[in-house]
Design a protein. Structure first.
Length: 180
């Protein structure tokens, strides 16, 4: 990785961002996430992302929850390189944020995800709505586990985690608790 930290800007997801979502759905991008979604699933996800970026509410098939959906733009090149999202989730009787991220293959290994997650953590903190962020990378997802550690998340241990629906993975549970 370059010794110069990557600079990344986060912007709310828009209707123009479908091509980015298609690239983020590549087989090598979804290895740890249950594999690529179908074109129909992807179109629906895009619609929900745009809706959430506009209204703050992600409208799933069976429930609605607050969600913050961003594309990541590399600076100074001004190129879209990935995405990072956080959303409300119930976990052990508490409503917390869960965070997820992705960086396109040709931009990986340059510290971009680490920078994007750092920015997103600050945005999540600034909402003042939740006291913690959780992340659940697969135990095999070396880069994502490293990102959590560097961003200040604390490792709680392994959990069997369902993502997407009906796909169970052995994951690490990472928690970043905001100082109160
Ligand atoms: C996980 C992902 C976002 C990492 O993006 P990235 O921009 O390459 O990450 P960074 O460059 O910030 O690197 C993060 C760490 O992973 C390490 N890393 C990067 N690519 C790696 C690879 N292919 N194998 C092992 N480690 C790797 C880096 O060295 C860095 O660790 P370090 O800081 O301790 O050196 C990217 O691989 C991705 O989008 N994967 C598919 C989607 C996904 O798995 N999302 C996570 C769901 S929780």
């Amino acid at each position: 990785m370059s010794s110069v930290p990557a600079r990344v800007r986060l912007e709310p997801w828009t209707d123009d961002d479908f091509p980015l979502l298609v690239r983020l759905n590549a087989p090598e991008m979804t290895d740890h996430l249950g594999g690529p979604e179908t074109p129909e699933q992807l179109a629906m996800r895009h619609k929900r992302y745009v809706g959430a970026a506009q209204s703050g509410i992600f409208r799933d098939s069976d429930r609605e929850y607050a969600a913050y959906i961003f594309k990541a733009i590399l600076e100074p090149e001004n190129v879209e390189v990935g995405g990072v999202n956080f959303w409300d989730r119930e976990w052990n009787g508490e409503t917390v944020y869960e965070m997820g991220w992705g960086v396109l293959p040709e931009f990986q290994g340059r510290g971009i995800a680490s920078a994007a997650v750092g920015e997103a953590v600050e945005l999540a903190r600034a909402t003042n709505r939740r006291s913690a962020i959780h992340a659940f990378p697969s135990v095999d997802n070396g880069p994502s586990n490293s990102i959590c550690r560097k961003a200040g998340f604390e490792l709680r241990g392994e959990v069997l985690f369902e993502y997407p629906k009906d796909h169970w993975m052995q994951c690490n549970e990472w928690v970043l608790r905001f100082a109160s």
